[in-house]
Design a protein around this ligand. Sequence first.
Ligand SMILES: Nc1nc2c(ncn2[C@@H]2O[C@H](COP(=O)(O)OP(=O)(O)OP(=O)(O)O)[C@@H](O)[C@H]2O)c(=O)[nH]1
Ligand SMILES: [Mg+2]
Length: 197
Amino acid sequence: MGIVFTRLFSSVFGNREARILVLGLDNAGKTTILYRLQMGEVVSTIPSGFPAPDSLIFFLPFAIGFNVETVQYNNIKFQVWDLGGQTSIRPYWRCYFPNTQAIIYVVDSSDTDRLVTAKEEFHAILEEDELKGAVVLVYANKQDLPGALDDAAITESLELHKIKSRQWAIFKTSAIKGEGLFEGLDWLSNALKSKSS
Ligand SMILES: Nc1nc2c(ncn2[C@@H]2O[C@H](COP(=O)(O)OP(=O)(O)OP(=O)(O)O)[C@@H](O)[C@H]2O)c(=O)[nH]1
Ligand SMILES: [Mg+2]
C-alpha cells in the first residue's frame, strides 16, 4: 500500500486523528455522505470502483476509484475512506481494515429487498479480527424516500442488538438533505474520546 497511517495526538491542540471506514452495499449513499461531510453540498456520484493505486488518491469527485477525505470535526480529524460497495469490490475491503478506529455502515433504508444482504454483510464485517476494536455508527440513510424504514426498524433488520463488546449507535440520515450526518459524527467523536481515555 505504501501508506502509513498514524494516530497522531497533537501535544499542542489535543487534536486526534481517527481512521474511519465507510462501508455498505452499493448505492447505499456512502460517497454522497462523504461529500456532504466534507463540503456541505451534494454532488452527483458514480459507483465507486476498484481501489485506485496510491498515486491516484486525489480528491476527484468524478473519478472512478475509492474516495478518501479528511473531515475535521470536534477536535478530531476524521480520515474517512469510502470503499465501493459493488460485489466485485467487496473482497478488497479487507486491505483497508488495519488500524481502523470506527466503521460507518450505511444502509439504504428504502431498499427493503436488500436488507437481509446488508445484515449478513454487516455482521461478516464485525467478525473481522482487524475490526474487532472499531466502534460502529450506522447511518439509516435515504430517510427522505417514501417507504424508508426508521431507525428502530433498521436496528431490527440489521440485528444490531446482537452486537457485543463494542459501542454502536444508529442515526437516521438523508445524505441528499444533509440531515442526521453530523449528529452521528457527534456521537462518534464522543465514542472515540471515551475509548481512548
Ligand atoms: N433520495 C436520496 N438519495 C440518496 C441519498 N443518499 C444517496 N442518494 C442517491 O443514491 C445514489 C447512490 O449514492 P452513492 O453515494 O453513489 O452510493 P454509494 O454507496 O457510494 O455506492 P457505491 O459507490 O456503488 O458503493 C445516488 O443517486 C445518490 O444521489 C439520500 O439520502 N436520499
Ligand atoms: Mg460510492
